[in-house]
Design a protein around this ligand. Structure first.
Ligand code: B16
Ligand code: MG
Length: 218
């Protein structure tokens, strides 16, 4: 049987932690007198913690000391950790377990490819650790999405060529990273946001087992 590398982003693909990132950043931004829109928040999806704060400060035209910057990063993460501490299996997005099972039944290698430094904690909370042959996250990369580094490391760990990898992504930056890595990109979300993906679905309920099998075979 053909072997492809299936790489899953975490936030917004397996679980909806994007909403917790948004809440945590929004609280912090308010404290700095910065307001940002839902549309601007799209630009923070898949983007590293450092880069996210840089963007928020730029939107508010604020410059701060390195010390305060580090302090704010710590505060944001504390806030975010409070949210994820409450997570359990109920937060896994619909039909993600079915797709993971189909891949397992067809003996396909699976990796996580997330920008988050909290990825392992989240996978443990929702009890999905054992589904992954490799986990590549924000602790393993030096360059954040849209740089393809995270996905290229995942391909290497799975021992599959980049052009034989398929990436599930909800973010603009992540789809760009997958395309740059020469992988097939599957956007999970709206066509208006992820128009540059090879395929786009609103969520995993729209992804049939037959479609997964066609990805394996072609
Ligand atoms: P952390 P993903 C990304 O995860 C999030 O989409 C992004 O909003 C966040 O800033 C980034 O992880 C870093 O997360 O602060 O937990 O290290 O979508 O790549 O799984
Ligand atoms: Mg994401």
């Amino acid at each position: 049987m053909n072997k492809k590398g299936f790489i899953f982003d975490l936030d917004g693909v397996i679980v909806d932690t994007a909403k917790y990132h948004f809440l945590a950043w929004q609280k912090l931004a308010k404290g700095l007198d910065i307001d940002f829109t839902e549309e601007e928040n799209e630009q923070l999806k898949g983007v590293s913690r450092v880069r996210s704060l840089e963007k928020i400060l730029a939107w508010g035209n604020k410059t701060i000391s390195q010390e305060l910057f580090n302090d704010l990063m710590g505060k944001k993460n504390e806030e975010y950790l409070n949210y994820i501490a409450e997570m359990d299996e109920n937060e896994i997005l619909p039909d993600v377990p079915r797709v993971l099972n189909t891949l397992k039944e067809n003996k396909q290698p699976i990796s996580l490819g997330s920008a988050s430094k909290n990825a392992r904690t989240i996978l443990e909370r929702v009890n999905l650790m054992s589904n992954f042959d490799a986990i590549v996250d924000g602790n393993d990369v030096t360059k954040a999405k849209p740089d393809p580094e995270v996905f290229l490391i995942a391909a290497k760990e799975l021992n599959i060529k980049p052009e034989d990898c398929i990436v599930f992504e909800d973010s603009v930056a992540g789809v760009t990273a997958a395309n740059t890595a020469n992988m097939i990109s599957i956007g999970i979300g709206s066509k208006d946001v992820l128009g540059h993906a090879d395929y786009i679905f609103n969520d995993f309920t729209e992804i049939s087992d037959d479609f997964i099998k066609s990805l394996i075979e072609n």
